[in-house]
Structures are given as structure tokens and as C-alpha cells.
Design a protein around this ligand. Structure first.
Ligand SMILES: NC(=O)c1ccc[n+]([C@@H]2O[C@H](COP(=O)([O-])OP(=O)(O)OC[C@H]3O[C@@H](n4cnc5c(N)ncnc54)[C@H](OP(=O)(O)O)[C@@H]3O)[C@@H](O)[C@H]2O)c1
Length: 295
């Protein structure tokens, strides 16, 4: 029996835990901040349920074969007490978070060779503890190699399509290029399509161009089509109800993943000597937008 602990049973962690719990060869433990009784996930493949072991105290956690970290990126430090209990010498730790710094953010908590960065495309929303709607089919990418292959194997019995990405760095940066433009509607609180102008296009394009430039300096291969795709996505965004997670977090008054989505472009840009004025201005404005949170 392979043991898997999921830290953070929110929209992503809850959905992954429920899918993995469908496989009788896997024992799933949920490490929660807010207690929950069970998981009920409405998926495109039907409703799935699971009743995993739920722990709320790190001291109760055993050493496991796998840990999946699915907290928001600003909650890295809060996972420390869990990781200290759950991780042994043979434990692999998958970081299922947006951004491009999954390994960098956790390597002071777990030896880098045990970390498995993960890119996930799986739109999901939580309405209450353990109650989640998975809106579309889920896809997961892990780096090529033994750790990535082992992660892919974990999802073999689920409806989530997990694959290794031979060029994981590019995959991560291409996703960030797609995500970084969402800072604009998060600031204006309006879908971009209805207010599209040449000036707005210049802002969205600038944000994406800067992301691509920094990503290339980090070793990613990013074609101009990726930038054009971000602009096109923003241009055609007509629906005020289908907002990105950062926009939804601002609407809900939640803390936002500003640093992982746009701040990182500014920080790494500075390291590479690449100017990122568009991202810097928008990050500064969003951080000062009335939310008590600065990241
Ligand atoms: N949702 C999506 O559609 C989606 C898609 C792709 C990628 N992502 C990325 O996936 C990551 C997770 O996002 P999400 O939407 O799943 O966030 P979420 O719904 O807010 O879930 C985060 C979970 O982490 C828990 N948590 C925080 N600190 C904890 C701690 N110390 N111990 C245990 N649990 C803790 C939270 O607890 P509480 O229950 O107390 O809040 C919550 O259950 C983010 O990086 C996000 O950008 C999300």
C-alpha cells in the first residue's frame, strides 16, 4: 500500500485527494487546517466521494511515501510542521502550486532531490470544507526523470491525465505567461474584452512580454505565439463571471498569490538585469489595493 498525505485539502488538494482515494492501492491522508468529514467532488466524470483519514495536528502525522503540497504559494512556511513529520528519507514531496518556484520555495524544508515540482491545469472551486466542483478535466505535468515518472504512476487509475514534461522549465514559464495577464482584470475588476483599447492591449502585451523575457533568461523556450495567446485571451475575455483565481481572491477579500504570479517576474528580472516596469507597477498597485496582504 502506497501512503500519500495531501497538505491543504482546498480546491486542488481536495480534488486530488479524492481522485487518488478511488484507487484501492493507495492510502490517502488529508492534512487540514480546517477540519472536514469527507470529500464530495463534482467532476466532469461524475460525482466522486472519499472518506480519507483527516489530520489537523502535525504531531499525529506518520512518515509517508508521498506528500502532495496543495496550499497557496504564500502558505509555504505553514507547511513546515507537517513536512517535518511526514517526510522520511524515501518520501517524495510533490509541490502542486502555481508559479515557477516550486523547488526554490521548499528546498529549505525538504532536500531538493526529494522535491517534485508539478504544473496543474485543473479548474476547481471549493464551496465549503470538502465540497468542491472540478470544472474541467485535469492535467498534470511533472519533470522528466524517476520522481516525475513515479508521480505520473500515482495518477494512473484516475481521470486526471498526468505526464512528464521533457522541458519542465518551459512548461512552467509558458503557464506563467498565460496567467500573468490576469493581474489587469484583477485590478480593474472588469473583464478585459468589453473595455479593450490599444492602451489596454499595450499593458497586457507588456506584462506578457516581460514574463517571456525573464522566462527565457531562466532557460525556458517561449515562442512569440505564447505572448500573442495571452493577449488574445485577454482581448476575448467577455465574461465577468469566469474570473481567474487571483481575481476571485480579490473579490472575496482573500490574500492573493501576487508574488507567485507577477512579483516573481519582477524579482527574477532584477537578477537578470531585465527591466519589468509593467509588472512592477501593477504588482505595486495591486498590493496597495486595499487588501491587508502584500503578497
Ligand atoms: N483552484 C484552481 O482552479 C487552481 C488551478 C490550478 C492551480 N491552482 C494552484 O493550486 C494551489 C492551491 O490552490 P487552491 O485553489 O486549491 O487553494 P485553496 O482552495 O485556498 O486551498 C488551499 C488549502 O490549503 C490549506 N492550508 C493552508 N495552510 C495550511 C496548513 N498549515 N495546513 C494544512 N492546510 C493548510 C487551506 O486551508 P483552509 O481550508 O483552512 O482554507 C486550504 O484548504 C495554488 O497555488 C493555486 O494557484 C489552483
Amino acid at each position: 500500500m502506497t501512503t500519500i498525505a495531501v497538505i491543504g485539502p482546498g480546491a486542488i488538494g481536495g480534488t486530488l485527494a479524492a481522485w487518488l482515494a478511488q484507487d484501492p492501492a493507495l492510502q490517502v491522508i488529508v492534512c487540514a487546517r480546517t477540519p472536514l468529514d469527507d470529500l464530495v467532488i463534482e467532476t466532469p466524470h461524475g460525482t466522486i466521494t472519499a472518506k480519507p483519514v483527516v489530520l489537523t495536528r502535525p504531531d499525529d502525522a506518520p512518515v509517508v511515501d508521498w506528500v502532495l503540497v496543495a496550499t497557496k504559494t504564500y502558505d509555504v512556511e505553514a507547511t513546515g510542521p507537517w513536512l517535518r513529520q511526514l517526510v522520511g528519507q524515501g518520501t517524495r514531496v510533490a509541490i502542486v502550486q502555481n508559479g515557477v518556484e516550486q523547488v526554490r520555495l521548499f528546498q529549505h524544508l525538504v532536500p531538493a532531490e526529494q522535491l517534485v515540482p508539478v504544473i496543474i491545469n485543473l479548474p476547481a472551486a471549493r464551496s465549503a470544507p470538502g465540497r468542491i466542483v472540478q470544472q474541467r478535466k485535469g492535467f498534470i505535468w511533472a519533470p522528466d526523470g524517476d520522481n516525475g515518472a513515479a508521480l505520473v504512476a500515482l495518477f494512473g487509475q484516475t481521470e486526471i491525465e498526468a505526464v512528464v514534461a521533457p522541458d519542465f522549465v518551459s512548461r512552467a514559464w509558458i503557464k506563467l505567461c498565460g496567467n500573468c495577464g490576469a493581474i489587469v482584470p484583477t485590478l480593474t475588476l472588469r473583464a478585459t474584452g468589453p473595455v479593450w483599447t490599444d492602451d489596454l492591449e499595450a499593458i497586457v502585451r507588456g506584462v506578457a512580454e516581460e514574463c517571456a523575457a525573464v522566462g527565457r533568461a531562466e532557460g525556458a523556450v517561449i515562442g512569440q505565439d505564447v505572448v500573442e495567446g495571452t493577449v488574445e485571451m485577454a482581448r476575448s475575455m467577455a465574461d465577468e463571471t469566469r474570473v481567474s483565481s487571483i481575481h476571485a481572491d480579490r473579490l472575496a477579500g482573500n490574500r492573493m498569490e501576487i508574488d507567485a504570479r507577477n512579483g516573481v517576474i519582477v524579482r527574477l528580472g532584477e537578477q537578470h538585469g531585465i527591466a519589468t516596469p509593467m509588472n512592477k507597477v501593477l504588482v505595486t498597485l495591486l498590493a496597495a489595493s486595499g487588501s491587508p496582504w502584500v503578497k
